[in-house]
Design a protein. Structure first.
Lengths: 125, 186
């Protein structure tokens, strides 16, 4: 299992759903399910989530850098162009961000990630 | 002898023609639910359909003259947009569960002016204010080949500045995309 994916499941997923996601992510089929559901992901642990929907790209860049984002990040996404790839910070911000709902960009495993999905209403309800 | 040669020749010719026909058109026919649409000229891809075309297997081709990505847009917005551009046949992939009352993933085809028959086993979805639509399961093998006029996120307020805002009142739109920063630090 990818380090970033496992850390995402163990830290950023709601506590009562963590083991389920770790199990899912450990198999190819389970991972496909998780990825397919990313646009409507409703199992985030909101203690660690800060909504930045209204922030601009440069503001998000600043936030990530302030929190120690390294030069690369790992992408989990329904967009097959990026899914499973390790890409540069700049590519993540310029090419991936704001283009694909249902995309998780993990910068520091279990510590810093940026997630775009199709609406917080569905995610938090 | 001559008759036998003639029969062999005819068989060879028929075989060749058949082989050529299969070679020239290897794609399977369009799914039957698309038949009423004739030529689909405008594609409006909504929801996260922007990723669907990338994952579809290239075995069937639909040619669109125009393509509009209208991510993060409720149905009503998509259809209002369809009206505003005078789209006749509009194909909408929709997987926007949060815009519906039930959490079901669907792919929907809206055809302006007609209420289509459900062709899949999916339940009828409550789309308020919309009286013309049908839902169909779009096979994953459907390959969407696009025309030149590709526009992205036209209804997304965050990106609206990049497009012609006179086509629709972008100020009236609300973002449904959520961007979240996940951090365990301060």
């Amino acid at each position: 299992m990818n380090e970033h994916e496992e850390a995402f499941a163990r830290r950023f997923v709601a506590p009562d759903r963590r083991s389920r996601y770790v199990t899912l992510l450990s198999s190819k089929r389970g991972r496909q399910k998780v990825v397919a559901n990313l646009p409507h992901f409703g199992d985030l642990d909101f203690r660690f989530a800060i909504e930045v929907t209204n922030e601009t790209r440069s503001e998000i860049r600043k936030l990530l850098l302030e929190k120690g984002a390294p030069k690369t990040c790992y992408v989990m996404s329904g967009d097959t162009e990026w899914d499973g790839m390790e890409i540069s910070f700049e590519d993540a911000l310029n090419e991936v961000a704001f283009h694909s709902e249902g995309t998780l960009m993990s910068f520091i495993p279990g510590k810093l990630a940026y997630f775009e999905l199709e609406g917080l209403e569905s995610a938090s309800s | 002898m001559r008759k036998r040669r003639g029969i062999v020749l005819v068989c060879v010719l028929l075989g060749s023609v058949g082989y050529l026909a299969l070679s020239v058109n290897p794609s399977p026919p369009l799914p039957s639910f698309l038949a009423p649409f004739g030529k689909v000229t405008t594609l409006i891809a909504a929801g996260h359909a922007t990723t669907v075309y990338k994952t579809a297997k290239p075995s069937c081709t639909l040619q669109f003259e125009e393509l509009y990505f209208v991510d993060a847009s409720p149905e009503q917005m998509v259809l209002a947009f369809a009206d505003s551009i005078g789209a006749r046949n509009v194909f909408v992939h929709q997987n926007e569960a949060h815009t519906f009352e039930r959490e079901v993933a669907i792919e929907a085809i809206f055809w302006k002016g007609k209420r289509m028959t459900m062709v899949s086993t999916l339940r009828k979805l409550p789309i308020s204010g919309v009286d013309y639509w049908c839902a169909a399961r779009i096979p994953k093998w459907l390959d969407l080949r696009f025309g030149k006029n590709i526009r992205s996120d036209i209804l997304n307020p965050a990106n609206a500045k990049d497009f012609d805002s006179d086509m629709i009142n972008v100020d009236a739109l609300r973002p449904v995309r959520a961007n979240i920063l996940l951090s365990t630090g301060k």
